[in-house]
Design a protein around this ligand. Structure first.
Ligand code: ATP
Length: 367
């Protein structure tokens, strides 16, 4: 188990603009850490720097307090799994897994023992004689994991490891990979652009955009208390509105983006602890779709909306609703709430508790 400290990494390819801009992360020993961000934000570049395939323009990477950037890749004691698996097609599963140990000139008995252990770990015992093309995609991926672990690395790095699997297998492998990581306790960094994958597998997530760190936290922290509007919108669905303070005594704001059927701005009460910016008088607020209450009957505290689109996903109805005169929002209604699913144009009523709205920062300048 190793601790990794990424300190002030900046990277430029040739004379181009920096694709990593002063990136710092401290990854704890034994942690499953995901780098999550949209395509092109610099995740793979950072992984390649840690792995020793690329030298950064500036900055340092330390493992357990020791600088590693001067070390060649093979001396960094890092196991890598790529999206393509990169198995050697002309070698058996056994030889693929044994490859790193053979290079290190390990003895035959040690190789046999370690390969058997790794095959067992990824639940492929008995398949050592197969060629990669005789395996399913999920099995090939497990061989790639076994190969990465065979040398007993202190760090495991995964670059979009589930990218080539279909949705169902992907879910199964997420659970398995997490279980393997927990059994071995190995410090793991995974690059992904799949938010659900990062949420379901990670101890902590580092959200990146445009070569910058936007937030680091547990899935729970990042979803519940996003640092800014980019993070809020990147992780799950969110409703956001600017609103102006109307009554400081009750922390009531009037939306600048949502107007009800009577043409009045929608009013929002915000719990004081969710509104650190209240003194500013004008702030950006967010509410998650699943936090919005639905009522079929009018209520004094509820606003009328009309369904604009309805998607049934089995466990819930995902509804886009319009406020009437101006603005729309997403609702996530657990099934079965409606005895009969609503139709486009149907009206119902929505309400929220003050604790469900939260002030957030606008997206950081320069990100
Ligand atoms: N060898 C290279 N030469 C020049 N620019 C590069 C090179 N490799 C990557 N880039 C650029 O660096 C930026 C970051 O790329 P990177 O592959 O690190 O992003 P990513 O977040 O991993 O994206 P994806 O999820 O699509 O793999 C992109 O703008 C990309 O075009």
């Amino acid at each position: 188990m190793s601790r990794i400290e990424i300190k002030h990494i900046t990277h430029r390819y040739q004379e181009n603009d920096a694709v990593l801009k002063d990136v710092s992360y401290a990854i704890r020993s034994g942690e499953f850490f995901s780098l999550l961000g949209p395509s092109g934000c610099g995740k793979s570049t950072l992984l390649n720097i840690i792995g020793g395939f690329l030298n950064p323009t500036e900055g340092s990477v330390e493992v357990d307090g020791r600088e590693i950037l001067h070390l060649p890749s093979y001396q960094r004691n890092i196991g890598m799994v790529f999206q393509s698996y990169a198995l050697f097609p002309h070698m058996t599963v056994f030889k693929n897994i044994a490859y790193g140990l053979s290079i290190k000139k390990a003895g035959k008995d040690e190789i046999r023992r370690r390969v058997a252990e790794c095959l067992d770990l990824v639940q492929l015992s008995g398949l050592g004689d197969r060629m990669p093309h005789q395996l399913s995609g999920g099995q090939q991926q497990r061989v790639a994991i076994a190969r990465a672990l065979a040398n007993s690395p202190s760090i495991l790095m995964l670059d979009e490891p589930m990218g080539n699997l279909d949705a169902k297998l992907r879910k199964e492998m997420q659970v398995e990979l997490r279980a393997i990581q927990q059994r071995t306790g190995i410090t793991t960094i995974m690059v992904t652009h799949d938010q659900e994958e990062a949420m379901s597998m990670s101890d902590r997530i580092g959200i990146m955009q445009n070569g910058t760190v936007q937030q680091v936290g547990t899935p729970y922290e990042i979803y519940r208390t996003p640092a800014n509007s980019f993070v809020a919108g990147f992780l799950g669905n969110v409703n956001m509105t600017h609103a102006v303070l109307a009554d400081p005594a009750t922390h009531t704001y009037l939306s600048s983006d949502w107007t009800d059927f009577d043409g009045q701005p929608v009013s929002i009460r915000v719990a004081p602890e969710n509104c650190p910016l209240s003194t500013v008088g004008n702030a950006l607020f967010m509410i998650r779709p699943e936090r919005i209450e639905i009522s079929l009957e009018p209520r004094p505290d509820a606003v009328a909306v009309a369904a604009e689109s309805i998607v049934y996903v089995g466990s819930a109805l995902q509804i886009t609703a319009s406020f009437g005169k101006k603005g729309r929002l997403f609702l996530d209604v657990s099934d079965p709430f409606f005895a009969v699913p609503p139709k486009v144009g149907d009206r119902f009523y929505i309400a929220w508790k003050p604790g469900d709205f939260r002030a957030i920062a606008e997206q950081e300048a320069g990100a």
